[in-house]
Design a protein around this ligand. Sequence first.
Ligand code: KG4
Ligand code: ZN
Length: 324
Amino acid sequence: MIILGIESSCDETAAAVVEDGRRVLSNVVSSQIDVHKKYGGVVPELAARHHVRNIVPVFKEAIEQSGIELSGIDRIAVTNRPGLVGSLLVGVNFARTAAYILKKPLFAVNHIEAHIYANFIQHPELTPPFLALVVSGGHTLLLMYRGPGDFDVLGTTVDDAVGEAYDKVAKLLGLGYPGGPEIDRIYKEMGENDIMFPRPKVRNNALNFSFSGLKTAVRVFFQKNSDVPKTYIAAAFQSAAIDSLIQKTKRAITATGAKKIVLAGGVSANSLLRRRVEELGVPYYYPSIELCTDNAAMVAAAAFFMPTEDDVFSVDAIPNLKIK
Ligand code: KG4
Ligand code: ZN
């Protein structure tokens, strides 16, 4: 089965062609990093305009690279939730039109689940159920995942997402955008040091996350200690942020008896997170670096496993998803 995937939920315009949910025939991503860099974060209005400009060329390139004729496509998959509304609408309307004209079934995909399915491309042997840690610029979630639309949310962030904390700390320290890859690079160079930022405690649900206290601690430390190199502060921030992800993941494994752990989302590219997950003592999975951040191959992969198509006339963009 050949699936065309479309992704435009944030600042990446992407199209991909995937066979049987696991074999990537093409995966084209047009990043807008250069557009948003000078603002230190994604500007929604600019993102939407760039999606409008990029969607057709990106789609054309994905089809050309795949070597598949339009008539050979069996399904069209598109991210319709959650994300920036103006961004989502570009992909959703493109996919609806394509599905209508080509007379192909349309599948509306949850972006968070799509990140999880990036692992199915990488690891053909992977099957649910598993514990998933979804960590990106917009989400920090621990899920017990059983299949499309069938999962329990065990924990989420009560304030910032972990990737958002990376991006804000990088902005504060003047390290550029996006912050994650840069802070990770610094950490790999410097390793641990003796600056100890707090590991947040969250009331009520022991599996929930919090990152705004850590972000404030970094800011206060930075303001008070102008003699400490920024690279030290960045590396200490990474230790604290990843430590907190690992602590909650450990707790979730104990609470659920999960037999496998799956990492997903942009922050799963992080070298320290990967290393520390490997030390947890349960089988672990994470995608290759290029499949961690936003792409359309993961969207096409997710649609392969979805049981029912959606109505081409009623699929809409859902910016704020109440996940469950
Ligand atoms: O999944 P993604 O591309 O977009 C969202 O759905 O949000 O994730 C982007 C996020 C950004 O916050 C970026 O700083 C972070 O992933 N990121 C990283 C790394 N690479 C990307 N964070 C930590 N370490 C990395 N190596
Ligand atoms: Zn994402």
